[in-house]
Design a protein around this ligand. Sequence first.
Ligand SMILES: [Zn+2]
Length: 280
Amino acid sequence: MAYVIKNGILNDNSNPVRQIRSRNTGGAFPAPPGIVVIHFTAGGSAASSANWFASRENTNSSAHVVVDRDGSIIQCVNFNEVAWHAGKSSWRGLAGLNKHSIGIEIANWGALRGGANGWYNAAGQKVDNVVMAVHRNGNPDGSRTPIGWEAYPAAQFEAVVALVRALREVYPIAEIVGHDDIAPVRKSDPGPAFDMVRFRQRALGGRDQNGANVGVVRSPGGLNLRSGPGTNFAVVQLLADGSKVMPMGVNGSWIEVTTLDAAGKPSKTGWVHSHYLDLD
Ligand SMILES: [Zn+2]
């Protein structure tokens, strides 16, 4: 995968990816989007979801892209335009996330139903690639014990990583959230089978597949490592200019990091302001 975005269109090795356009858009973004929202389709193939976004019967939902289980991507809405994926939503003071975010749908059935010796999707088909987990907001059926969720294949996960890295080249993407973060009562996607911590590390913090996932402190006076994401949190340690850290997560303009000792081994965990961290 060598994704590049030109004029809002995703290109793979200089060719536009498959386009199945939805008319459900809100026009140009009022300001460049800084957030990526991750969804699952709760459905079968990516094409079936993209066709639904493009269908005449559907007048109220869309997403910028749908990523299939094999990692192939279908684009439904130009990245320069608002797509209708978030619904009623809020995140750290922002409401109505559609105006602020890129929506990525991942082909995945989500929560499965237990049945005769296995787990079944909404179409009644047995799913073999299952993660047993409980959703942190409670499972969709209200239970709080582990149930089956369709796993995300590695090829699909890595395609989404590559896509977000390409988006970061064009848009000021600083945060990646799940639909279940911005609409926690209504939504369970992408759910517990999606390793969001690792995804944020790979998509926001990583250099490339071969390089180390390391950020470098760029501040002559050093950089405060704090116990939380804000200057009101206690200073844990002063990190010297040039110190190496491993990004773990994001919260606004703050990045959760693990410090690395001289031997490159993980040491302390805390938060630093992203302005003083060179992640690329
Ligand atoms: Zn969603």
